[in-house]
Design a protein around this ligand. Structure first.
Ligand SMILES: [Fe+2]
Length: 478
């Protein structure tokens, strides 16, 4: 994170004698990034952090990508994936490249060890479930819709709360999937592979003070930093599994690995709950960067949150067709009504690659014209280099998805129920813009002499979504 904080006990100055109650020195460790010129934290251990033994290779985490030469839209349905492993071993990588990996995790059991990812930062979006994450820099209690960001090198463990049914309804209290199918929680993981670190976009923070600026959609008050308890002073054999070089190593410590009594600096884990993201809205459609939440080198993470939609009386509420020429886009659908996108459900992931435009599904433009807000929530990861799927991804791939844009895009026009430059203006918006309730002047060009029907434009190859007639819109056209 860009700003300084501290927790626990600290000596008056760096690198001076700092003694335990028994008179021995605490062991200072400088946790430095980018060759000690990047964000750094200084920790004070009860025991020397170097006293580890028993390095044992356990299993490879190398990811095999498939279909690397094929560019096409993809839609994965992750909701039915069975619980597996723990918070670490249960991760199933679906997409990735040399910069990042995206995985989902539906753990079947608690993790009985501590873990350190020594090769990348982890951004863990908690879709369902809650628990506590004990780290060497303090404790973070997490819950649904939290981004839990754990930077490279931080030792941690996670203790899940077990999900429960409400006795009155027999269904999960959190409204999520059946507890038998998801006993602890569901996580979307985005992990760096290129040595960069995940943090807020630099444009959100002051260059001189590192303070979040007024235009940022969140600020310091929205972040949860590590808290007490911080220190475990226990002797014994404690396993710390370290991920490095695409291999999980088992190291043993003679003492509890979370033995830090105090630390200060700018390198630490934190939580940001997506409900605290204050969406930036506009009179006309705003581009995806307004949703940006975090970034690392060569990829960004965005939050598409419930928000007011564009308020120009004749605005198009769904995104325009677009070619994101330098990015592959992955959206993870968290909650809301995705009925306007064919086959999309909670837990779906879509991949829209650079190389082919994408946009609204048939019928969604007209269906959303009167909408004033959307209640949908999704997490997006845009990468600046192509993403490749894994075999696990192909196993849950909806092969019909690339054809889902076929069909009648303007059913209202086709039926005569709607007209170009129509006045389907929500009354509240019309009152706010009394001078703008007139049709937008059309700049006329020479009409085309020949119109070639698009394949499937007769509606036979695709369904015709109904107009919602509500004040909410399904706006996903990622
Ligand atoms: Fe997009």
């Amino acid at each position: 994170m860009p700003y300084y904080t501290k927790l626990g006990l600290l000596p008056r100055k760096r690198h001076v004698q700092f003694r335990r109650p028994d008179g021995a020195l605490y062991s200072e460790e400088v946790f430095g990034t980018e060759g000690f010129v990047g964000p750094t934290t200084t920790l004070y251990h009860i025991h020397p952090p170097t006293q580890v033994y028993g390095w044992k290779p356990m299993y490879s985490t190398a990811v095999e990508y498939v279909e690397q030469d094929i560019m096409r839209m993809r839609h994965l349905k992750s909701a039915p994936m069975s619980p597996k492993g723990d918070f670490v071993t249960g991760r199933v990588v679906l997409f990735g490249n040399a910069d990042c990996q995206m995985a989902v995790c539906n753990p079947a059991e608690q993790m009985p060890y501590h873990f350190k990812n020594a090769q990348g930062d982890e951004c863990l979006f908690i879709h369902f479930g809650s628990g506590v994450c004990h780290t060497m820099l303090g404790t973070l209690r997490f819950g649904p819709k939290d981004y839990l960001v754990i930077p490279k090198g931080v030792i941690y463990t996670v203790i899940w709360d077990r999900r429960e049914n409400d006795p009155a309804t027999g269904k999960p209290r959190d409204g999520g999937p059946p507890v038998e199918q998801c006993p602890f929680g569901k996580v979307l993981l985005i992990e760096t592979c290129n040595g960069s670190h995940i943090g807020p976009p630099p444009r959100y923070v002051s260059k001189t003070t590192s303070q979040f600026l007024e235009h940022a959609p969140y600020c310091e008050r929205d972040l949860t930093l590590p808290e007490m308890p911080l220190t475990w002073d226990e002797r014994g054999d404690f396993e710390v599994r370290i991920k490095a070089r695409d291999l999980i190593h088992s190291y043993m410590y003679h003492y509890h690995p979370l033995d830090v009594v105090g630390w200060d600096g700018c390198y630490y884990p934190f939580i940001f709950n997506v409900d605290d993201f204050s969406p930036i809205t506009g009179k006309l459609h705003m581009p995806p960067p307004i949703h940006q939440t975090f970034e690392a080198h060569n990829f960004v993470i965005c939050s598409f949150c419930p928000r007011m939609l564009d308020y120009h009386p004749q605005s198009i509420k769904v995104p325009y067709n677009h070619s994101n020429l330098d990015s592959d886009e992955v959206l993870y659908y968290v909650e809301g009504n995705f009925g306007s996108r064919k086959g999309i459900e909670v837990g779906s992931l879509t991949l829209h690659p650079q190389g082919i435009p994408h946009g609204p599904h048939p019928g969604t433009i007209e269906a959303s014209l009167a909408a004033t807000h959307t209640a949908e929530l999704a997490v997006m990861c845009d990468t600046f280099r192509p993403l490749f799927p894994t075999r696990a991804a192909l196993a849950i791939d909806d092969e019909k998805y690339p054809a889902s844009w076929q069909g009648e895009h303007f059913p209202g026009l086709a039926s005569g129920a709607m007209h170009l430059n129509g006045v389907t203006i929500p009354p509240s918006s019309a009152a706010a813009f009394p001078r703008e309730v007139h049709p937008v002047p059309v700049i006329k060009a020479e009409p085309a002499q020949v119109v070639i029907p698009a394949p499937g434009a007769n509606g036979k190859n695709g369904s015709t979504p109904k107009a919602t007639g509500t004040s909410t819109a399904n706006v996903w056209a990622p």
